[in-house]
Design a protein around this ligand. Sequence first.
Ligand code: PSU
Ligand code: MN
Length: 306
Amino acid sequence: MNTVENRYFAVAPEVREALESGVAVVALESTIITHGFPYPANLECAREAERVVREEGAAPATVGVVDGVLTVGLTAEQIERFASAGDIPKASRRDLPLLAARGRDGGTTVAATMVAAARAGIDVFATGGIGGVHRGAERTFDISADLAELARTDVTVVCAGAKSVLDLGLTLEYLETAGVPVVGYGTDEFPAFYTRSSGHRVPARVDTPQEAASAISAKRALGLAGGIVVANPIPEEHAPDEALISVAIESALAQAAREGIEGAAATPFLLERIHAITGGASEVANKQLVYANARLAARIAMALLA
Ligand code: PSU
Ligand code: MN
């Protein structure tokens, strides 16, 4: 562990001890804190996700860039600061070197969190939804760096699929081209974040944490680089009304187009609009799916060590 730590990369003592003593560790991201929810819902979500991981018997490691240090295992105070600051930029892979060199803070995306997790030796990471190929990408080329990261970095990402603000068909095509296994957890369909189905089939399905862990081990034994997407549908009881969500998504997309919102700002803008339009219903769903993913990630991480 000490060999990878330096002035730009740190692993919190609690996380280091867990890794060294063979306790399962689950990485959690921080763009979800800085850009995924308003305050204080973001704080509640970050704390509860960590609590759920602990409840399962694993150790949480929330990742972020703190004063230029890519940090695996934010403290409670750091999480509170990330939640309340309001001006911490989103940090994807491409942003890491400059934030580090300048000693700045950054909320890490799925891509940047995978970079940190892999470097620390963490196998499993839980989030809400992954980035993907945006609608209209044939014009804008807006394809999340999360997908390229999944192609190269060996971390399993447990998510509720991806939001249908994205083009889910093209997202799955990209992942296929990049050689990234996508497995449905207890489903044959790729979930669409707020909704359990999307109409797009996944290439494979697993029904237990042990099955997911076996696939991860087999991929490694074959020397295949890159991650695995475990797509865990939102629990039935927390899934909001589909019509409400689809109206909100279409309206958010139309507003983004009118206002010319593009690039890194696109995802945070769309999330905020959807939360506002659904009057908080999507926010409750969003939190619950994150907790379900944290729980499943902990179980997979523990199965990997068994
Ligand atoms: N999707 C969500 N909530 C989120 C994100 C995506 O439903 O908070 C965040 C994640 O951190 C993801 C990032 O990695 O947005 C993708 O941003 P971009 O499309 O700019 O790569
Ligand atoms: Mn983008």
